[in-house]
Design a protein around this ligand. Structure first.
Ligand SMILES: C=C(O[C@H]1C=CC=C(C(=O)O)[C@@H]1O)C(=O)O
Ligand SMILES: [Mg+2]
Length: 467
């Protein structure tokens, strides 16, 4: 009960602080908790938090975050257009001003924002992505962090001048107790059966052929074209079942779930956009794709074929060039290996080149996200011409597909991956997305086959393909 007493005292200080400042202030505290499985907890707390869960795991699983509820939510007009990344930074600073923070000192705990950004703020939005605006990040009310195997719980309360510390503290205690009670529950998840519909596959292939021709004519170097697979189920999709399956099936990918009202956007992306820890910045060039082989020999053979393939090497080189230049603008000590290596995930293998650097004074994580997004692995090169081409050529609304999704903390640390190998689930309806880097040598049939491979992670996790 010491914690409860401490909470009451801290919340009373928060109220006093809010009175002094004449506005709401954040009171945040982090405690060490017994080991907890955030993957299982995502399902166990569904009754209470469905629609307001945020989940994130990095490929090493050294950091897993489960956000429950919203203490604050950054979204709206002010966060739109070109200025959306800077606007999020400003709003976050405002939220943190005068905050009372009792942290653990561990990166990945304490008050942090979880959420994402749409791919292209200039594309007219459709109803499909209702609830997922150009930028939307939440400060969870409660957040479980598992950092290198240790578990932590952060509670965030936005305290107003008139509020009663006792009431705030009691409701926090009640909420935490409900979570501990839920740990012992064993809910079952049901996977619906569903049908798939490819959206305009033949016109997509024509767009690929057209884009490849334009590239050969010198209009641009590369463009990533994506397509959609629509799903219709016999009962509502279960994001809980999907996350559970992804955690087993995709051990080498980022896993994320961002819920907004009745919809869940989730996926297993192998691709980092950018990570910041202290002054260190890390990005990844991931582009160029081939299938996995059924035997170790075939798999290795395919890997060698990918490493030696001119078309895939070109797709990859365009990404390396752009990310290296972006790092040179913002960082010292930029390091980029000469040659790519293979990055293998369950369904495909990719060409991989890491890029690291030390951030210059004033270079923030979100400034880096703004500079990089979209990299030529998701957009193309030159960036602007490619995004215009995508806006015109794609018969779909990318929404948050291929956009930055991740987290950032109060000290400027954080990580964003790009939301590929992903899908949007809303009741009985779903949409999956997959795209391919198109260069002059691209063959529409081969690119189409590549998108089929890239749908597989989500299809398997939904129970639709042999897993
Ligand atoms: C755009 C996607 O993948 C990108 C990431 C890795 C490899 C890619 C490729 O080889 O085309 C794509 O650039 C997607 O999966 O939807
Ligand atoms: Mg490709």
């Amino acid at each position: 009960m010491v914690k409860q007493l401490d909470d009451r005292v801290r919340l009373a200080e928060g109220v006093a602080q809010a009175e002094r400042c004449g506005r709401n202030v954040l009171v945040s505290r982090t405690i060490s908790i017994p080991q907890i499985d955030p993957f299982a907890l995502f399902t166990k707390v569904a009754d209470r938090y469905k629609g307001k869960r945020s989940f994130w795991a990095d490929p090493s699983r050294e950091l897993v975050l489960l956000g429950l509820g919203h203490a604050a939510s950054l979204k709206g007009e002010a966060l739109s257009g070109e200025g959306r990344f800077a606007a999020v930074e400003r709003e976050w600073e405002k939220l943190l001003a005068d905050a009372l923070i009792d942290g653990s000192g561990k990166v990945g705990t304490g008050p942090l924002l979880m959420g994402g950004f749409s791919f292209d703020p200039l594309k007219s939005p459709t109803d499909l992505w209702e609830g997922f605006p150009e930028a939307s990040l939440v400060l969870p009310r409660l957040m479980i962090s598992v950092v290198e195997g240790e578990s932590w719980m952060t509670a965030n309360v936005l305290v107003g001048p008139e509020e009663k510390p006792d009431i705030l503290s009691n409701s926090l205690t009640e909420e935490e107790q409900a979570i501990w009670a839920a740990v012992h529950a064993s809910p079952t998840t049901e996977e619906p059966s569903f049908e798939t519909e490819e959206i305009f596959p033949s016109s997509w292939k024509h767009s690929v052929a057209d884009a490849a021709r334009e590239i050969r004519q010198g209009e641009m170097e590369k463009v990533v074209l994506a397509r959609e697979l629509r799903l219709t189920a016999d009962r509502p999709f279960s994001p809980e079942a999907v996350l559970t399956n992804l955690s087993r099936q995709q051990p080498d990918s980022y896993l994320f779930v961002m819920e907004r009202g009745g919809a869940s956007f989730l996926g297993a992306s192998p691709e980092r956009l950018v990570k910041r820890e202290g002054n260190q910045l890390l990005s990844t060039c991931l582009a160029g794709t081939i299938a996995r082989g059924g035997t170790p020999e075939k798999d290795a053979h395919l890997g060698q074929e990918l490493l030696a393939d001119g078309k895939n090497r070109e797709e990859h080189a365009v990404v390396v060039h752009m990310i290296r230049e972006a790092f040179r603008q913002e960082c010292e000590e930029v390091r980029v290996p000469e040659e790519p290596v293979l990055y293998k995930v369950r369904d495909v293998q990719h060409l991989y080149t890491p890029v690291t650097g030390r951030a210059r004074q004033g270079t923030s994580l979100l400034a880096m996200v703004k500079r990089l997004h979209p990299t030529p692995a998701l957009g193309g090169f030159p960036q602007e011409a490619a995004v215009v081409k995508i806006r015109e050529a794609e018969a779909m609304d990318r929404g948050w597909y291929a956009g930055p999704v991740g987290w950032l903390d109060a000290h400027g640390n954080g990580e964003f991956s790009v939301a590929i190998r992903s899908g949007l689930l809303r009741g009985k309806r779903g949409s999956l997305f997959a795209g391919c880097g198109i260069v002059g040598e691209s063959n529409p049939e081969k690119e189409y086959e590549e998108t089929r491979m890239k749908f597989r992670p989500m299809l398997s996790a939904l129970g639709g393909e042999s897993s």
